[in-house]
Design a protein around this ligand. Structure first.
Ligand SMILES: [Ca+2]
Length: 165
């Protein structure tokens, strides 16, 4: 009985250790791979289906050693859209790591740099259309990965990204 208790304890410790491990990438045969999530060149995406405000989602990504996903080109946007469809759902929206809180209409990333790549929905509606009341942005899966501005207090799923360059 005692031995069994020790084995159970060791297993619990193992589980706790692997859960606490925040590394999302490692080198395998000289190539960086993602231990969790999905790899695109230079980064890993990891989804979090729990709906929360922009700030809560952003803080949670930082606590994991990453940042909210911010696609830099159409390819990355397509991969992110695909990944969200598979891991969170085809009707879901996720926060992006950009905002225009400081200066209306100037969408910046986490470093405060104006983003070059944007993918606003402009065919049906004319995003971004929320003015000062919508200073955060979401990627919409029902709209095929197009972006919409949104109130930062809304609660959405999210995807963290981890740089692996
Ligand atoms: Ca705005």
């Amino acid at each position: 009985m005692e031995l069994r208790g020790v084995i159970v304890l060791v297993c619990v410790l193992c589980l706790a250790h692997s859960t606490l491990q925040q590394d999302t990438s490692k080198k395998k045969n000289g190539k960086k791979v993602c231990l969790k999530g999905f790899k695109v060149p230079g980064k890993c995406f990891l989804s979090d289906p729990v709906k929360k405000s922009f700030h809560a989602a952003s803080d949670d990504c930082i606590a994991k050693g990453g940042t909210l996903s911010t696609p830099l080109n159409g390819d990355e946007n397509d991969h992110l859209y695909d990944y969200v469809r598979q891991t969170i759902g085809p009707q879901e929206h996720i926060w992006l790591g950009i905002n225009d809180m400081l200066k209306e209409g100037d969408w910046v990333d986490k470093t405060g740099t104006s983003v070059r790549f944007k993918n606003w929905e402009t065919d049906v509606t004319h995003q971004p259309d929320g003015g000062r009341s919508q200073n955060c942005a979401i990627l919409s899966n029902p709209a095929n990965g197009k972006w919409f501005d949104e109130s930062c207090r809304a609660e959405k799923a999210s995807v963290c990204e981890f740089m692996i360059v």
